[in-house]
Design a binder for this molecule. Sequence first.
Ligand SMILES: [Zn+2]
Length: 314
Amino acid sequence: MCNAHQTPTTNIQAKPDPETLYRRQFLKYAGATSMIAAGGAIASCATNAETGRSQFIALSPSEESLAQAAAQSWTDVKRQTPTSNDPRYTGRLRNIGSRISQGAGRADQTWDYAVFDEDTKNAFVLPGNRVGFYKGMMDFTDNDDQIAAIMGHEVGHVTGAHAQERYSQMMLGQLAIAGGTILAGSQLSKRCRKETSQRAYNDCMNSAGRNTQYLQAALGMGFQLGVVLPYGRRQELESDQLGAKYMAKAGYDPYQAVRLWEKMGAESSASRGPEFLSTHPTPERRAQDLSDYITAQQKLGSRGFEQLDIPADA
Ligand SMILES: [Zn+2]
């Protein structure tokens, strides 16, 4: 499935814009660079240790560079939305987060938690281990185990490298040019120095400036990756199962994840469903899938939760 993501590169190359010399040159360059990116992509189809699935991760970004972009988004969202200082929320979330990160074998990493003081039933995770819960989401749950279910699911998106995967897919998709720019940046400014006339040099540097804007637009997607853009069905299923695994390892009752999905399903048929569902579809089906998975894994005793069980058509 990794190969499928390389197709857009060819499309970009096939549609050069003949408008101006600059544009032709840039597209040629971006196309060539995208080919380099695609070449790297073949080498970057790596198996994720946590999910056992082969994923396409582009040359860029690394987990750290994406985390850097997300750091700015995290600062922005915390500035724009009031955060709670109530320890009944913040302390509770930190404790649950700490247990789940241990269950995920990532207790040695730094995790950042925030409770947003809004009655929204939603939660999200940003690259760099930043987990945001809205107060309304915590109030909606019946117990710590259900909060742990959401926490486990969000941590599953991190360990499954889902944001990197989405970013990589987009880079070779509609943002192939911006993606190429990341790789091309330094070479482009080097090229400007070769221009013989002042005017050509200025044009060249102007285009380099525009390329920087593409780059910024691409990196500015940190928040979108965490909040706006929906994860794929397979990624959601992976996160559900990883979440159940982390719950079990942390001593929570994984079946509370099933209860939570059922509760959300019931709520979604009411007039105003939980926002969590807008990016996490079909709760009833997921509750059933998750219930089947947990039952099967618990039968395996100590060997349970070692492997995911995702349907081939997901
Ligand atoms: Zn999710």
